[in-house]
Write a protein of this length. Sequence first.
Lengths: 148, 329
Amino acid sequence: MDEQQYAQYIKKISPKSKVWSSLLRAFLVGGLICLVGEGLGALYQLWLPAYDQTQIGSLVSCTLILIASILTGIGVYDKIGYFAGGGSIVPITGFSNSITSAAMEFRKEGIIFGTCANMFKIAGPVIVVGVAVAMLCGLGYFIVGLFL
Amino acid sequence: MSTIIFKQKPRIIGWYSVAGKKESQGPLRETFSRIVTDEYFGEKTHEMAERKFFVTAIQGAIQSAGVQPDIVFAGDLLNQIVSSSFAMRDIGLPYVGIYGACSTMALSIINAATYVDAGLVQTTVAAAGSHFATAERQYRTPLEFGNQRPPTSQWTVTGAGATVLSSAKTSSIGVTCATIGRVVDYGIKDVNNMGACMAPAAADTLERHFKNTNTQPGDYDAIFSGDLGQIGEEALRDLMKEKGYPLGENYYDCGKLIYYGEQKVDMGGSGCGCSAVTLNGFILDKFQQGEYHKVLFMATGALLSPTTCFQGESIPGIANAVVIEEVTE
């Protein structure tokens, strides 16, 4: 067997992720998280009628981040993630989990060189890519606007 | 010739294994010398816990041998092999640090046996170990990060094992020969498929071993690979068939022996501790009970670092094999 044949052979004998059941679980859990977000939004709207939609949205995001952070701290979120996969990574709760878990993991190296330095180890690339793409979009919007 | 023959047949006079909670829920439960269910082993960090596993295993082995050793050979997976070297602060014996990734248990036995065989020292200790949490942190993601493990991944064993070798002929279990591994790379880059990375190296070592010693797989009561897991085991069987040395029912993989399928470990166990606790429990116990007379123990290692992986390099493997057999005289 040469390298190429070996790579093909390994691909053949390696078990694959179960796509359909993964998708279904991600859909259910991801949907549930969004549903909780919607519910919270409705509650905040009742409780604070003076707030506008943007303010309510921020409150909902903050609440979800807090809940996910606490669930990570008490060791529950990784179990949800094991079941849901992308369903619990993609919503804002996943972002919260990636920061809290890294902060906890590196706490042993101290506050500054451990927690602060490593908190964004997983979330960092998401922020960098987000900002970069936002800038590109803004630039595109600006250029298109010049000709309209 | 790449197979070393130990003329003096250094004897194994003591052994000890200490394993963690998940391992204690597996099929080898009864064979561990000690089980520690606290992942921190009473310490502040997982790294300190890993050291304590080392200290416990080495002290236990020395105690079971009843002789004070001259040199300790030990290694682990953490950067700068800190677990074994920091553990030596408490042991206080002359120490040689060894790195062979997960092949360390076999590599340290080969070194320990060589010193004894050459008549340089009387008694040596070989040790290796690993910890799930420290390996996850070094190679993968934070423990509480909610991701899914790919189905080809393996689970790092929490535990350590130590073996005491001696020139005194007080035991009938001897180390008779060893084949040192070559670094073999078949271009696999998937860090979540270690078995596939290591199987070609394992096949290379086995083939050379059988050729050099003029033996066949059937000549051994059992052949053990360290931590190939399910994919690696299947690949090794196929590669050995191709090389003309098909492995029979006497071939086992420690990574598959150590956990039950339903323990959510995917392809099986891995890490230095996997082969270390299996050897210093299950395998050597079987010698003592008279069930095994000749065993080929081959620990397998994937020689990667997080840096080489991020830089897109493939993962080379290595496998070190040692023959343990019942010796008279």
